[in-house]
Ligand binder design. Structure first.
Ligand SMILES: *Cc1c(COP(=O)(O)O)cnc(C)c1O
Length: 452
């Protein structure tokens, strides 16, 4: 944020909450940066948008050519409290002037403890909890597996179809989709097993039927007594914004409890009001043993967390968990400000209002366009699955074309899905209804304009 002003609101006042197209997208400055990038940055790091950001605030991102884009992606569900949210900016500014780093493992500080207290209060369940902080979502997931193995003395980890858990060796192993996440990166981590989960649009199963299938796979191919944990996203993110059939998650939690298996809810994408509840597990009344969190936790500062039952978290010996940057003080200050924002500004309510507005529009569009196979999601985590209207096959090419047309028209929209045929909407929870409606118009117009 380039600002010499001491007022935190200046940048937002300067950045009006509306779409502005000054050049073609990408514009000349972005094209020049793309040329520099091509000879400096690994080609393996891809970007959704062809434009380079200059600043961002609320629900818009301004690029280096002065185009102002509507943000329906939140930097992948991260800036849920809005980009450069005033409370977050203020907290980070105060912290950066106090100290930037001491390492919690060397000289601890209060904000780390305060974040842990807040997460104990906010995560599902009223049992005694402990928290450890890290930097990335993948790191939180890795550490949940470490805790689960140490606490149970069992080796196996069960994950499900369409899962996404990160890009490290262990978490890419846990991730389902081979290209681009795993291609060429083997051998993979041992003792990771995959079962099917629940995908109502594609499998047509009830929660009970899907659960029976999942449990049968675990029982016959892994053995319940060997399983340390089942790790699952309560609503699957990168895999396609898949909401399991009612009862699936609760049944899985019950099965885990009956067999001494820990249930790890990977709420890295679904956490922090995103789905219209503080955590997505709440929709199913599920209380996981361990919860992993990141993305929305700190308004854009890199922070992740694992919160779990005290006796499990404390089963690891001193020094067994940690990391140089884990729970960095700037990130903790940002998290405390973001967490206060979720509650004080009722962003759970905001996510539900977004759900009503967007689902109505998407369902109306679906009624007139057989290429929209499914409309699903919760809160401000909503998606349409695009299919061939005759065969029902996933249509990734059409999905990509719609996203790219929306990008050219000044809307940041992401795709996902194992087959790449899901348009996903992840607006900041603070986005204004007019801006949101305009962004949605652009996306739906882009779909309507594609020959089909
Ligand atoms: C993004 C994501 C991760 C990985 O987080 P990183 O910060 O990219 O390492 C893990 N799990 C889920 C569900 C995610 O959406």
């Amino acid at each position: 944020m380039v600002s010499t002003s001491t007022s935190t609101s200046t940048a937002h006042e300067a950045l009006a909450q509306r779409r502005v197209l000054r050049t073609a997208i990408p514009g000349p400055r972005s094209l020049a940066l793309a040329e520099r990038r091509a000879v400096a940055v690994s080609a393996a790091v891809a970007s959704t948008m062809p434009v380079y950001a200059a600043r961002a605030g609320g629900g818009v991102v301004e690029d280096v050519d002065g185009n102002v884009l509507i943000d329906l992606g939140s930097g992948i569900a991260v800036t849920s409290v809005g980009n450069a949210a005033p409370r977050v900016v203020e907290a980070v500014r105060a912290q950066v002037e106090a100290f930037t780093h001491t390492c919690f493992m060397v000289t601890p500080y209060e904000s780390y403890v305060a974040v842990a207290e807040e997460l104990a209060r906010l995560t599902p369940g009223d049992h005694a909890k402990r928290t450890a902080l890290f930097t990335s979502g993948a790191e939180a997931v890795e550490n949940a597996v470490k805790v689960a193995r140490a606490a149970t003395g069992r080796p196996a980890v069960v994950v499900v179809d369409h899962a996404y858990h990160g890009r490290t060796t262990l978490t890419m192993t846990m991730t389902a989709k081979v290209a681009p996440y795993k291609q060429g990166f083997g051998p993979f981590a041992p003792e990771v097993y995959r079962a099917s989960a629940s995908y109502p649009f594609r499998d047509g199963l009830t929660g009970e039927e899907a659960l029976a299938r999942t449990v049968a796979t675990i029982t016959t191919q892994v053995g319940a007594a060997n399983v340390a944990a089942v790790v699952i996203e309560p609503i699957q993110g990168e895999g396609g914004f898949i909401v399991p059939a009612p009862g699936f998650l609760a049944g899985l939690a019950r099965w885990c409890r009956d067999h001494g298996v820990l249930l790890v809810a990977d709420e890295v994408q679904t956490g922090f009001a995103r789905t219209g509840a503080m955590f997505a597990c709440e929709h199913e009344g599920v209380v996981p043993d361990l919860v992993t969190m990141a993305k929305g936790i700190a308004g854009g500062l890199p922070l992740s967390a694992m919160t779990g039952r005290a006796e499990l978290m404390d089963a690891v010996g001193p020094g067994g968990l940690g990391g140089t940057y884990g729970g960095n003080p700037l990130a903790c200050a940002a998290a405390l400000a973001a967490l206060r924002t979720y509650e004080e500004d009722d962003l759970v309510g905001a996510a539900r209002a977004i759900e009503r507005l967007v689902l109505d529009r998407l369902r109306a569009a679906q009624a007139g366009d057989p290429r929209i196979g499914d409309v699903r999601g919760r809160g401000a985590m909503l998606a349409v699955e695009i299919v061939d209207p005759i065969t029902g096959a996933p249509d990734a090419a059409l999905t990509r074309a719609v996203a790219q047309a929306a990008h050219r028209a000044g809307v940041i929209v992401l795709t996902c899905g194992t087959d790449g045929n899901v348009l996903r909407l992840l607006p900041p929870l603070t986005i204004g209804p007019d801006l949101l409606a305009e962004g949605l118009d652009v996306v739906l117009d882009a779909l309507a304009a594609q020959p089909g």
